[in-house]
Ligand binder design. Structure first.
Ligand code: BG6
Length: 507
């Protein structure tokens, strides 16, 4: 598990796609907030790599503006000055070995000035089309193999998407594995850096009360919702080639599922944890795509009311082709064929332009036997629920039945609630701070291993292929600002379940 007190060697961070949106919104704020907390190595350099020439001053200005707009805390002059003289920009193509050789020279010069071996952290934050040439050129220029086997060995962080189906994910992994050792590779999924997601393992395995009931004997279903109220905004061009399945389910939601369903690892070693996640993902049964009871639903939003204002339908959004059949919503009913979970449905859903932004895991426990309060409708015994709120309003709520005060015996579910903000205050580090720090220290616990990505694609690729064949056939719709299509409720009906997230907030 991550340990922020590890001493990091001198480091040269190279960001590919330096003038992109992610650098401005996430990477620059994360790096400077780490610096503010004294968590960057004493000697730390930042090289922006981009295709278009940019002077060092313009790159610095760009970073200052990003910090002003997106940093969670003010970056005062002292923090800025500590790093700003170590910032430079390298213009080059992604598919030109010569540009990488020049980068290598620059890095060697910086290392000489530092006076001791420095590790390189390459951050690939570009569109996926250039992942392969970047990785190949990092290999061919020798940058990938610098100081191999030592704690200063090069490291590479790769942003999603890791492929767009099983085959392309496999091809990408082949290139990565040819050029890097797996221990040098950090496939980022920013959900794993969220404080509440990190806490999942602690809640499950540092509390003795959950493990005995965390199985098919006591759990009747698990639900994972990752909903967003926003639409695709200005990202239509990207999103239309992706859709909810590739954008959210394949990575973020499957990671939440793996952490919820996995067996206890034998240690906190990154590989022990990731081995268990892979085992859980491998236990997922192939999905029924058609027939009487399909286990997959996809839908697209049409115009609707969001916060009292009219919101566009997906096809009216900027950059969306009129014949698009990309899904903005996906719901699946999954089951794991293993000893712990056999027979327990895992319902997952994610979508844009839903009623609210909420990421939650809901563990619904079995009802008590119908002997005392279970009988008939009189007592209306609600199932116990454990709601883990990933965001917003981060926290945990346990729903229990209790007697309402009075002369009559009436039951009512009450909440035992914990909120992060109430207990710990706000201003927790952003996911990217945690993840960049861990990569600097070589800790892969909160990153996706190659086989995890491929296992997840292995399950979902057949669904995507089927949808591509079907085109618009079977594509449901929902009004913007609602909880998605009726078909997604039907996924749960067979087992007498209903979606909890949303209901819980009276929506
Ligand atoms: C990204 C997706 O990975 O996650 C976006 O590409 C989505 O489409 C975002 O909006 C959601 O992240 P968060 O942290 O706001 O839940």
């Amino acid at each position: 598990m991550p340990d922020a007190t590890v001493k990091t060697p001198p480091t040269i961070i190279v960001i590919f796609g330096a003038s992109g949106d992610l650098t401005a919104r996430k990477l620059a704020p994360a790096i400077f907030n780490l610096s503010k907390d004294g968590l960057l190595p004493e000697s730390c350099h930042l090289i922006g790599y981009g295709r278009t020439e940019m002077s060092i001053d313009s790159f610095r200005d760009y970073l200052v503006k990003s910090l002003d707009s997106y940093s969670r805390r003010t970056i005062e002059e002292e923090t800025w000055n500590a790093l700003s003289s170590n910032i430079s920009f390298h213009a080059g193509a992604y598919d030109d070995l010569g540009s990488f050789e020049k980068l290598e020279e620059k890095i060697s010069t910086i290392e000489k000035a530092i006076g001791s071996p420095a590790q390189c952290l390459f951050y690939v934050s570009t569109p996926p089309g250039v992942f392969m040439p970047i990785l190949e050129n990092l290999g061919a220029s020798g940058l990938a193999k610098r100081h191999q086997g030592q704690n200063t060995a090069s490291k590479v962080i790769i942003e999603k998407p890791f492929g767009r189906d099983l085959q392309s994910a496999h091809e990408l992994n082949e290139v990565i594995n040819r050029r890097f050792e797996e221990s040098q590779v950090f496939r980022i999924d920013h959900y794993l850096g969220k404080e509440t997601v990190q806490s999942l393992l602690v809640q499950r395995f540092a509390n003795a009360i959950f493990e005995p009931v965390w199985n098919r004997h006591y759990v009747s279903s698990v639900q994972i919702t990752v909903s967003e109220d926003l639409g695709v905004g200005t990202r239509g061009g990207y999103y239309d080639k992706s859709g909810a399945m590739r954008d959210m389910i394949q990575n973020h939601v499957m990671q939440l599922l793996a952490l919820t369903a996995m067996e206890p690892p034998s240690s906190l070693d990154p590989e022990a944890i990731r081995d268990e996640k892979v085992k859980a993902l491998k236990a997922l049964k192939p999905l029924a795509l058609e027939g009487d009871d399909p286990e997959v639903v996809r839908a697209v939003y049409t115009e609707g009311l969001v916060g009292g204002k009219r919101a566009n339908g997906y096809l009216e959004e900027e950059g969306i082709p009129e014949d698009s059949f990309t899904e903005t919503y996906t719901a699946l009913r999954l089951s794991l064929d293993n000893w712990r979970w056999k027979g327990v449905p895992f319902y997952i859903r994610s979508g844009k332009r839903l009623a609210m932004k909420a990421s939650e895991i809901v563990v619904q426990f079995s009802r008590p036997p119908a002997i005392l309060f279970g009988e008939g409708k009189r007592y209306n015994v609600a199932p116990n629920l454990l709601v883990i709120r990933i965001q917003p309003n981060e926290g945990i709520t346990l729903y229990l039945n209790t007697k309402t005060p009075g002369l009559e015996t009436k039951l009512q579910p009450i909440k035992l609630a914990f909120g992060y903000e109430t207990t710990f205050g706000s201003n927790t580090p952003e996911a990217y701070e945690r993840l960049i720090l861990d990569a600097l220290n070589g800790d892969g616990t909160l990153f996706i291993r190659g086989d995890e990505a491929e296992t997840s694609w292995g399950l979902l690729s057949p669904v995507l292929e089927y949808w591509a064949e079907q085109g618009r056939r079977g594509l449901e719709s929902y009004s913007a600002g609602t909880w998605g299509p009726l078909a997604a409720d039907k996924l749960l009906l067979k087992s007498g379940h209903e979606w909890i997230t949303g209901k819980e907030y009276g929506q």
